[in-house]
Design a protein around this ligand. Sequence first.
Ligand SMILES: Nc1ncnc2c1ncn2[C@@H]1O[C@H](COP(=O)(O)OP(=O)(O)O)[C@@H](O)[C@H]1O
Ligand SMILES: [Mg+2]
Length: 383
Amino acid sequence: MKKGILQPGQTIGIVGGGQLGRMAIREARRSGYRTLVFTDEPPGSPAGQVADGEINASYFDEDARIKFIREVDVVTVEFENIPGPFLAALEEKMGVHPSRTAVEICQNREREKTWLKKNKIPCADFRVVKNVEELAVAVAELGTPCVIKTAAFGYDGKGQQKLTGGENLSAVWESLSAPRAVVEQWVDFVMEISVVCARGQDGSFVHFPPCENIHARHILDITIAPARIEPALTDEAGKLAENIAAALKYCGTLAVEMFVRRDGKLLVNELAPRPHNSGHHTINACVTNQFQQQLRTVAGLPPGDARQHTPAVMVNLLGDLWPAPDKHPDWTPVLRHPRAFLHLYGKKSARERRKMGHFTLLGETPDAALADARAIRRELGME
Ligand SMILES: Nc1ncnc2c1ncn2[C@@H]1O[C@H](COP(=O)(O)OP(=O)(O)O)[C@@H](O)[C@H]1O
Ligand SMILES: [Mg+2]
C-alpha cells in the first residue's frame, strides 16, 4: 500500500473514459499530477483525449490491468458500472477511492435501495422483483403509480418504466429484459434536489449547497444552484448526505439525489459514487469544485472549501441540438455572454440524448441566472 499525501508528479489512475474523468483530469493537470485513464471505450475517449495516457481494454483483461497498476499511484472512478473484481484487484495493490464496496452499492439499484433501507435513510417504498409474478405482487402492494427500474445498468431514465395501472405486466417484464428489477412507489415531489459532497480519508466532510434539478425526458436538463429552498431543508439535506457518506465510509466526491415531497419530507432517490452532472456549476461558482474535491480526497487531503461564491445555473447540451452528428450548433449566444461558460466534452459524434457538453451561467441570484440561461436557450432553439 502506498500511503501519505500524493504529490504532483505522481499518477492518478482514472477508471472510465467519460466527461467526468475529463473534467477531473483538467484539474489534476493544473496542479501537476499525471493521469492515466483505463476505459473499455475505443481510444480517444473524452477523458483519454486530455490524460497523459489511456489504456483501452476490457475490465477483464489481466495484462492491461497489471500495466495500469504498475503505472498509477492511486485510483479513482468516473462512473459506477465497473466490474467489482477489477476494483478488488486494484485494491490489493493501492488506494482505490471510493472503495469497491461503495461503488458496488451505488452501481446496482437493488443493493443501493436495500442498503438505504438497512441504514434507515428515508427513500420511496420499494420491492425487488425477479419475475412477472413478483412484479404483480409488488404493484398490488405498492399501488399505482409506481415505477419499475432494472437493478443494473440504468442511467438517464434507461431501463425504467412508469406504471399507472392497467398495463400488461407480462409485456412490461419482457420489455425490461433484465433478471432483476426494483419497483418503487411514485413520489409526489415538488422539487428534485441533489447534494454533492466530499469526504476525506480522515472522515472530514463538506457539502456544496443543495441544487435544484429539472429533468426533461428523464435526463437532467437544468440545475439551479443553490436550490430555492428554506435553510432548514438545506441543513437537513446536508445532514442526510453526511450520514450516507459516513455509513459508506466514503472517500471521494459523492452525489445524493433527493426528492422534496409535497409534505416537505426528503426522500433519497439515488447515489452516484463520483462527481455528478448536477455539480458541474461548481467549476465556475464554488471555491473548490467537485473534481478538485475528488482529487484532494483521493490524494489524501481533506476536502477544500465548498462555499459557493456566486449563484449559478447549469444547462445540459444534448446531441439533439447538433444539426448533424459532426456539425456544431452556432454557439454565439453562449460565447458572447460575459457570465456564461461553455464546456464541451470532445465527443466526436452527436447522438440524440447524448450528453455533449453544458454551459454554466452565473448571476446575482439563482432567478437572474435562470432568466439569462433561458434567454440563451431560446436563442439556441432549446425552449
Ligand atoms: N419513484 C419516483 N417517483 C417520481 N419520480 C421518479 C421516481 N423515480 C424516478 N423518477 C424520475 O425519473 C428520474 C430518473 O430516475 P433515477 O432513478 O434518478 O434514474 P437515472 O437518473 O439513473 O436514470 C428522476 O430524476 C425523477 O425525475
Ligand atoms: Mg438519477
